[in-house]
Design a protein around this ligand. Structure first.
Ligand SMILES: NC(=O)c1ccc[n+]([C@@H]2O[C@H](COP(=O)([O-])OP(=O)(O)OC[C@H]3O[C@@H](n4cnc5c(N)ncnc54)[C@H](O)[C@@H]3O)[C@@H](O)[C@H]2O)c1
Length: 253
């Protein structure tokens, strides 16, 4: 049955960065498919707003914290363990510093690395034992087209997302024997608070002309990928990135 293929009934999904636009969409989709959700975020008002955007009676736990903080990572793992253990993990924590390579500092690079890659590593390591115990799990990493192409003014970001793609592939190889699938989503521009001012600037036409579908993604465009990668529908897929870029990376425009 098609519904069974996508059902997340009885699943516990941990979504980091769920106070943000894309993570919030993942939480919304998972709840609609029957999952229980643990959502995390760093900014209290954004986390409250994200929680309030979901049905009041939905099975959701919201955890506030910085993903670079080991105590917060431990709290995520403990919260998930107390609810039967994580079946699904979405690593959506991420940030960006747009700067020419020549102006970037070591501190800038270290900050992006810590948020975009080291925190993902730590959260994943903390939750994987719960999936090993179940003999099943789905990890979804928020990568980017910067995982495999160069990006003007975003070399540091591309480095972190390139590493995340490689983390996705290598963890997929290592964890396959436990029934854990590790995949990623690689969007081009998604219109979210992270990108809004940047894409709707004097550069807008230039950006759009590079996208064959001639539009930026909306968060809803990510929903189908979350449903697919979190459910049994994708059980024979691991170590892959779903590229949701309106055709940008297959076009010579
Ligand atoms: N928006 C895009 O165009 C786009 C494209 C490709 C990939 N992505 C990736 O998708 C993910 C989500 O992006 P978004 O557009 O929803 O951005 P967003 O800014 O709306 O959300 C980012 C989330 O990360 C969290 N976060 C940032 N730093 C943190 C920290 N130190 N500790 C804990 N949480 C922290 C924020 O609280 C927020 O929940 C990111 O990894 C981003 O790199 C976004």
């Amino acid at each position: 049955m098609l519904e069974d293929l996508f059902s997340l009934d009885g699943r516990l999904a941990v979504v980091t960065g769920a106070s943000g636009a894309i993570g919030r969409e993942a939480a919304r989709v998972f709840l609609a498919l029957g999952a229980t959700v643990v959502m995390t975020g760093r900014t209290p008002e954004h986390l409250d707003e994200a929680r309030a955007s979901l049905p009041a009676d939905a099975p959701v736990t919201a955890l506030l914290g910085d993903a670079r903080d080991a105590g917060h990572v431990a709290e995520i793992a403990e919260t998930a363990a107390a609810q039967g253990g994580a079946d699904i993990l979405v690593n959506s924590v991420g940030t960006n510093i747009r700067k020419p390579l020549l102006d970037a500092t070591n501190e800038d690079m270290q900050f992006l690395w810590d948020v975009n890659m080291a925190s993902v590593w730590a959260v994943t390591q903390a939750l994987v034992p719960q999936m090993v115990e179940k003999g099943y799990g789905k990890i979804i990493n928020m990568c980017s087209i910067g995982s495999f192409i160069g990006l003007e003014l975003k070399t540091m970001y591309a480095i972190t997302k390139g590493a995340l793609a490689q983390h996705t592939r290598s963890a997929a190889v290592e964890l396959a024997k436990y029934g854990i699938r590790v995949n990623g989503i690689a969007p081009g521009y998604v219109d979210t608070p992270m990108t809004h001012a940047w894409i709707h600037s004097e550069r807008e036409e230039q950006f759009l002309s590079a996208i064959p579908l001639r539009r930026f993604a909306q968060v809803e465009d990510m929903g189908g990928a979350f449903a697919y990668l979190a459910s049994r529908a994708s059980d024979h897929m691991t170590g892959q990135l779903l590229v949701l870029d309106g055709g940008e990376t297959i076009s010579s425009a």
